[in-house]
Design a protein around this ligand. Structure first.
Ligand code: GCU
Length: 433
């Protein structure tokens, strides 16, 4: 066990360690000098902003008004106040498909590997994308696109994958460890169910530490004299989400992939990332967000577990968000959005929120309540919300167009979560009930 744990720790980047360690410890009463509340009686009262009222005060009564007016208003509010504005597709981006279709995984898959160069400068920021499609596919397949804490070569068990590099402790890229299993994905299971699988390493897009801007993609967009993004410009989460959109730019060109049926998934800070990517990029067909918590699918106005104050405290994760987000640390009631509006931006597309009943820090109930409060937008668009305001116990999924599933356990995904992920994807991307 200890050996296994040590290997796992060695495999993880700075951030991954935080994610795992947290699951096994009792919740801390104070984090970064800021008290943490775990008492439902002290959550406080709050009023959520109404997603179905326009900025000018008029109600949103039909899908057209939502799609043409309100949706855009809410996207801009999240850009300005939470994640930061990101640029579009870079004109000089290019794809080098260096593995054009090799039989892999005991003949079950055809593998492709692509380097996505974010600019004309081949020495500049770039991202490796690994793609498998079932070898027996009769046509283009739906794909699960994962964003992970590990290099692609550590995410799957396939010696044919290019050995990746990850950010080491001294903020330099180092070779990814061998034989590590943090965040490892059972690709065969997806292939057997008729899905393709694709994955990227988040650190290829932007590093996950304070002061990382010069080392990631955001550096390409700094104006002369700018040393960091402006307060309404992209934090690292928006950069990682942007990277997912660039992966989809490639998938749209891959003949084995049905790019209208791409699901995305990520855990923890990468759960926040897939929520924002799904909200922002309507090409994404389905979102699976695992334990996204504060700054993701958990309501910020609930004072339970992590808060905006904890997230944006100078020594923690302010770099993951727009600079403006920190302004709401001590006045969350002034934030013009909340997590239910993030869920609502994904409508009418399916979104599954997976949590854990012992993941107190991430506030599983706050995610449930966000899903409930996004329901009116789904219903306006003719889809099914959660259709209950009673939170299900651990182990009991609700899989409608909005899905909610809380496993018994802590932070992250556990193998049995995959039963729900697959059922949700089969239901929505393959029309299976
Ligand atoms: C920290 C952070 C969370 C985040 C998590 C992770 O615990 O406070 O907001 O989700 O790291 O990404 O593992």
């Amino acid at each position: 066990m200890l050996v296994k744990l040590l290997r796992v720790f060695a495999a993880m980047t700075l951030s991954g360690c935080a994610a795992l360690a947290q699951a096994d410890k009792p919740p801390a009463a104070v984090v970064a000098g800021i008290p943490v509340n775990y008492d439902e009686a002290r959550v406080g009262t709050y009023t959520l902003p109404d997603p179905l009222v326009l900025a000018d005060g008029k109600p949103v009564r039909d899908a057209k008004t939502w799609n043409e007016k309100r949706r855009g208003e809410i996207v801009r509010l999240f850009e300005e106040n939470q994640y930061g504005r990101s640029p579009g597709r870079p004109a000089a981006m290019s794809f080098d498909v260096f593995d054009k279709g090799t039989p892999a995984l005991d003949g079950k898959a055809i593998r492709r590997q692509v380097t996505i160069f974010f600019s004309a400068d081949k020495a500049g920021p770039k991202m490796d994308l690994l793609v498998y499609v079932p070898a027996n596919a009769a046509g283009p397949v739906p794909v699960l696109l994962n964003i992970g804490f590990s290099a692609n070569s550590s995410t799957v068990d396939d010696p044919g994958v290019k050995a990746g590099e990850v950010w080491g402790r001294d903020k330099k890229k180092v070779p990814a460890g061998q034989g590590m299993n943090f965040g490892r994905v059972d690709v065969a299971r997806l292939l057997d169910a008729g899905f393709g699988f694709a994955t990227v390493y988040y650190g290829d897009i932007d590093p996950d530490f304070l002061g990382g801007v010069p080392l990631g993609v955001r550096a390409l967009y700094l104006k002369p004299g700018q040393t960091g993004p402006a307060p309404d410009e992209w934090g690292a989460i928006a950069a990682w989400a942007w990277g997912l959109s660039r992966a989809i730019d490639y998938l749209e060109t891959d003949k084995g992939v049905d790019a209208t049926r791409v699901a995305i998934m990520g855990v923890s800070r990468l759960g926040k990332t897939v929520m924002w990517a799904g909200a922002h990029d309507p090409r994404i067909a389905l979102v699976i967000a695992s334990c996204s918590g504060e700054g993701g699918a958990a309501l910020s106005r609930r004072n339970y577990g992590e808060t905006i104050a904890h997230l944006t405290e100078a020594s923690r994760f302010p770099y993951q968000f727009a600079g403006n987000y920190a302004k709401f640390a001590n006045q969350v009631d002034k934030l013009p959005v909340d997590a239910h509006m993030l869920v609502a931006l994904i409508a009418p597309r399916p979104v599954l929120l997976q949590t854990g009943d012992k993941d107190f820090w991430s506030d599983p109930k706050g995610e449930f309540l966000a899903a409930v409060a996004a329901g009116p937008v789904y219903r306006l668009l003719g889809k099914q919300g959660l259709d209950t305001d009673r939170m299900p116990p651990a182990g009991v999924p609700i899989l409608h167009t909005i899905g909610y599933f809380m496993h018994a356990g802590g932070h992250g995904t556990i193998p049995s979560d995959w039963d729900q992920f697959l059922a949700f994807m089969q239901m929505h991307l393959q029309g299976k009930r």
